[in-house]
Design a protein around this ligand. Structure first.
Ligand SMILES: NC(=O)c1ccc[n+]([C@@H]2O[C@H](COP(=O)([O-])OP(=O)(O)OC[C@H]3O[C@@H](n4cnc5c(N)ncnc54)[C@H](O)[C@@H]3O)[C@@H](O)[C@H]2O)c1
Length: 440
């Protein structure tokens, strides 16, 4: 099929590339000419495992093209995906300006029947808005071209985005048109060789499914963090409790690691947007509001432990940070807990030495730009020299089994604050390392 994907970020680039991998001819469009120029030179603007090789292969086989020219891209397309950002607006709701501006351009440029697919995470009812904007543009042109708008929320996880897209747990398509549903089914069929996981439903249910999924996952995280905070106060060990409850199949082990809270480009904004959606529809989403409140507080729990150990005034102390990205496997720092922890420590006068395998450029250029007293180093052990303690904030694999003797010898005082509960407290204490974790 001929496809256009509008927005070449984490979702658009991965989706476009995976559709191309299945033999489709895909135009990836972005408004950012620098991004497109880089992509045309084979430079991938984001880090996502496996993406670079795949992009180069698909460009070479002429299945994948990058352009800023939407008009031209639409000429041969049958299906157009909208995969632009829906960031948090000033009032907490999803900002639809990019989605609606794309809809307007589609209405201006389309020359033949199109299926327009909302892949961006959008509030319930957005498909109707997109439809109205496109129709308005067609009316202005006096055009009677037919089109369908469907919802196809994306569930990929940064860090494993390609395998998630290539082997999806499900593909949700919300549609009120048999024609569009059938086309979407054909497009996704190659991704379901072993078992059909295509789920067709009405448009609003599809839009809601994405918010419900993210709110559920965020709830698991905040629930476990709350349990961990209670564990600390009653003398229980949250890690043991985690193992104890995860074995129950109704609960399961995933998303119940106590830690520094959730971050990233999705959970924070989607949880907030869902409370807004509820409110606009005269419902107070008490549980979801609490999930966010618990998470906001959780981001500072590790800083509070540092203050408890070193005092309110942290001037004169240096902290070595392992991990800046909001999770391992990505360079994405949007809403990363590291931003909150580092700002809190610096605000109290501390100096920071930081290392992350992939996110240092993002930190320098955007998320910690202008933060004073922070230096970035190229290796995890360089962080430790002249530091008073190590603070682990992202559970990258390379931090899982470090040389603890080396850590001990390099730090000024052998102290680890583990925001991801990676290490074994008893073993470290036996080695003479002071160890602080979440939930014990
Ligand atoms: N990142 C994830 O893990 C993830 C997972 C599932 C769903 N989502 C959702 O997918 C959507 C996209 O997220 P993302 O992380 O890929 O965003 P992103 O910020 O990485 O990428 C968005 C891209 O859209 C481009 N863009 C903006 N306006 C445009 C326009 N008018 N024309 C063409 N391009 C335009 C931007 O330049 C940018 O490259 C969001 O709604 C997000 O909530 C994201």
């Amino acid at each position: 099929m001929n496809i256009t994907v509008i927005g070449s970020g984490y979702v658009g680039l991965v989706s476009g590339n995976c559709f191309a991998e299945m033999g489709n001819r895909v135009n990836c469009v972005d408004i950012d000419p620098i991004k497109i120029e880089k992509l045309n030179k084979g430079i991938i603007p984001i880090f996502e495992p496996g993406l670079e090789t795949m992009v180069i292969r698909n460009v070479k086989s002429k299945n994948l093209f990058f352009t800023t020219d939407l008009k031209e891209a639409l000429q041969n397309s049958e299906i157009v995906f909208i995969a632009v950002g829906t960031p948090m607006g000033d009032d907490g709701s999803a900002d639809l300006q990019y989605v609606l501006s794309v809809a307007k351009s589609i209405g201006q440029f389309m020359q033949k029947r199109l299926i327009i697919v909302n892949k961006s995470t959008v509030p319930i009812g957005t498909a109707d808005k997109v439809k109205a904007v496109i129709q308005e543009e067609l009316d202005l042109r006096g055009s009677t071209i037919e089109f369908d708008v469907v919802s196809n929320p994306e569930f990929l996880k940064e860090g494993s985005a390609i395998s998630d897209f290539m082997n999806p747990d499900r593909v949700v398509v919300g549609s009120d048109s048999d024609y569009a549903t059938e086309k979407m089914k054909q497009l996704y069929n190659p991704f379901f060789r072993d078992q059909d996981r295509f789920m067709a439903m009405d448009i609003r249910s599809a839009e809601m499914t994405k918010y419900a999924a993210n709110a559920m996952l965020a709830t698991k995280i905040s629930f476990m963090n709350e349990i961990a905070n209670i564990c600390e106060r009653v003398g229980a060990d949250a890690n043991q409790v985690r193992i104890g409850i995860g074995s129950d199949q109704r609960i399961g082990y995933s998303f119940i690691y106590p830690g520094v809270g959730y971050g990233g480009s999705c959970f924070p904004k989607d949880v907030k947007a869902l409370t807004k959606i509820a409110k606009e529809n005269s419902y107070e989403a008490q549980l979801i509001t609490a999930v966010e409140k618990v998470n906001d507080a959780q981001k500072l729990v590790i800083a509070q432990k540092i203050v408890k150990r070193f005092g309110e005034d942290l001037s004169g102390f240096t902290f070595g940070i392992w991990g800046l990205a909001f999770k391992p496997g990505t360079d994405d720092m949007r809403e990363a807990p590291s931003i909150y922890v580092i700002n809190e420590l610096v605000h109290r006068g501390a100096k920071i030495k930081a290392y992350d395998p992939k996110a240092i450029d993002q930190a320098k250029e955007h998320y910690l730009k202008g933060v004073k007293n922070i230096t970035y180093v190229d290796s995890k052990y360089d962080v430790l020299k002249d530091s008073n303690a190590l603070v682990l904030l992202t559970e990258w694999k390379e931090f899982r089994l470090p040389d603890f003797e080396k850590i001990k010898s390099l730090l000024k005082i052998a102290i680890i604050f583990d925001g991801r509960n990676q290490f074994n407290k008893l073993n470290l204490e036996k080695m003479g390392i002071e160890y602080y974790m979440i939930g014990k």
